[in-house]
Write a protein of this length. Structure first.
Length: 267
């Protein structure tokens, strides 16, 4: 398995994604914005379609369009304060409309299924360098904004009173989510990429640890999900997105069962 260059590329890309997705996901989940990842994964579909039709790198066009959609979501929050779910519907409608229109025109010069379901065969060295660059920038931004993000996540109103530039940081975080989703497309596929943002965090939250430990466990679970899913998909010849999603669900069930057993065994 490891002697094949495509598998090496897939595992290296998976390593970056396993850190980046839970790193961003823990803030989204605790802010109760986990569905934002689903909306932006649909936005990435439009970005991929634009790239395929225009001949540009689909990952870069997905990053640009997904980031723009994330900024749009943050902007529309002031217009729909009590109906936040409407914002996601608006963005998803726009994105899917653009994607279907462009792809149905028959101008896409690549296999769209590779982006819908993920593929370990199509991860090139160029894709790997793009994933590496976006991952480094994203992790760097999170490390700089870490304390402010925690404050905003736990108490946004309190953060405003404390003088933190909440709106600016929310816009920057929307860019981070866009980068995370775009770098995950080749491996996960846009149909299930949002699961990798939420599922490792959901498993880590079952441990009832503090914020920092929950973040660490989320990354560990994300690593297990992606690596196990990639290996399984190689041997059963399936799309990696589906196997990674199933692995993440299985790991969540396992953690819940172990915590249940532990709770019952306590005096």
């Amino acid at each position: 398995m490891l002697q094949y260059s495509f598998m090496q590329n897939a595992l290296i890309a998976g390593l970056f994604i396993s850190v980046l997705c839970p790193l961003v996901g823990v803030f989204l989940v605790l802010k109760r914005h986990s569905m934002m990842g689903d909306a932006l994964s649909h936005a990435s579909f439009a970005g991929v379609a634009i790239g395929l039709v225009s001949g540009f790198n689909p990952i870069l066009t997905a990053f640009l369009f997904t980031s723009a959609s994330g900024l749009l979501i943050e902007y529309l929050r002031s217009y729909y304060k009590k109906y936040a779910e409407l914002i996601l519907v608006i963005v998803m409608t726009l994105s899917v409309g653009i994607a279907i229109t462009l792809i149905s025109m028959g101008r896409a010069n690549a296999n769209v299924n590779a982006y819908l379901f993920g593929s370990i065969l199509t991860v090139t060295r160029q894709d790997l360098m793009t994933v590496l660059a976006l991952s480094i920038v994203s992790v760097f931004m999170v490390s700089i904004l870490y304390n402010q993000l925690i404050y905003i996540t736990l108490d946004e109103d309190g953060a405003k009173i404390a003088g933190i530039r909440v709106k600016l940081i929310n816009y920057l975080f929307a860019l981070l989510v866009g980068a995370t989703i775009s770098v995950s497309l080749r491996i996960m596929g846009l149909l299930v990429v949002s699961s990798m943002i939420a599922m490792p965090v959901a498993a880590a939250m079952q441990l009832n640890k503090g914020f920092r430990k929950t973040l660490i466990y989320s990354i560990v679970f994300g690593f297990v999900d992606i690596m196990a899913g990639l290996v399984i998909s190689y041997y059963i010849n399936s799309a990696p997105g589906g196997t990674i999603a199933l692995t993440s669900v299985a790991l969540l069930i396992l953690v819940m069962a172990l915590m249940r057993i532990r709770t019952r065994s306590l005096p």
